[in-house]
Design a protein around this ligand. Sequence first.
Ligand SMILES: Nc1ncnc2c1ncn2[C@@H]1O[C@H](COP(=O)(O)OP(=O)(O)OP(=O)(O)O)[C@@H](O)[C@H]1O
Ligand SMILES: O=C(O)C1=C[C@@H](O)[C@@H](O)[C@H](O)C1
Ligand SMILES: [Mg+2]
Length: 180
Amino acid sequence: MTQPVFFIGPRGCGKTTVGQALAQEQNWHFVDTDHWLQERAQMNVAEIVAKEGWEGFRARETQALQAVSATSTVVATGGGMVLAEANRRFMREAGLVIYLRAPAGVLAARLDAFPQAGQRPALTAKPPEEEIREVLAEREPLYCETAHYIVDAAQPLERIIADVQAALSQPASGALRLYS
Ligand SMILES: Nc1ncnc2c1ncn2[C@@H]1O[C@H](COP(=O)(O)OP(=O)(O)OP(=O)(O)O)[C@@H](O)[C@H]1O
Ligand SMILES: O=C(O)C1=C[C@@H](O)[C@@H](O)[C@H](O)C1
Ligand SMILES: [Mg+2]
């Protein structure tokens, strides 16, 4: 049996895209915590936040993480999953955690092309690119602290998948490994 693989990283780094592709190649299950909780709530993220605040959304996110984690499963998490210490510990203990790292400029270009505003309501009152830079700077230490591996997510999808496969074929160790 294979322990779950968790993809973490900011909005637009490719957790859903890379996670789906990896699951397909490995013939594993795929689940996205944002999709799972929106389906269950019958509301999108923007609607949940309007009704319950970010606190309500974060509680649903933690519940989703624990509900979907299973063997032979690739889990794409939301960009803010690492904010809660309990989520960070859960992912590190339950599976292998991969941080898809990309510079703010790359993230901004991807999010500008595919905003998906219902799933990605504004996190601050700042203009989009400024928000992306600020939030990334705040969360970078949390992504690094949680990850077993860091993969360069600014590469083409095939290269990312190759790096992820290489990472997963390494014996797990306490040290953070970088693929770029
Ligand atoms: N390696 C890549 N090269 C080019 N475009 C990419 C790459 N990975 C993802 N994208 C594109 O970037 C956009 C965001 O990707 P995706 O939805 O997978 O990000 P995410 O990390 O799941 O974001 P969120 O945290 O908001 O769910 C999508 O339009 C996707 O097609
Ligand atoms: O970065 C974040 O805090 C978020 C990212 C999205 O994946 C969603 O989980 C939600 O919009 C919050
Ligand atoms: Mg996603």
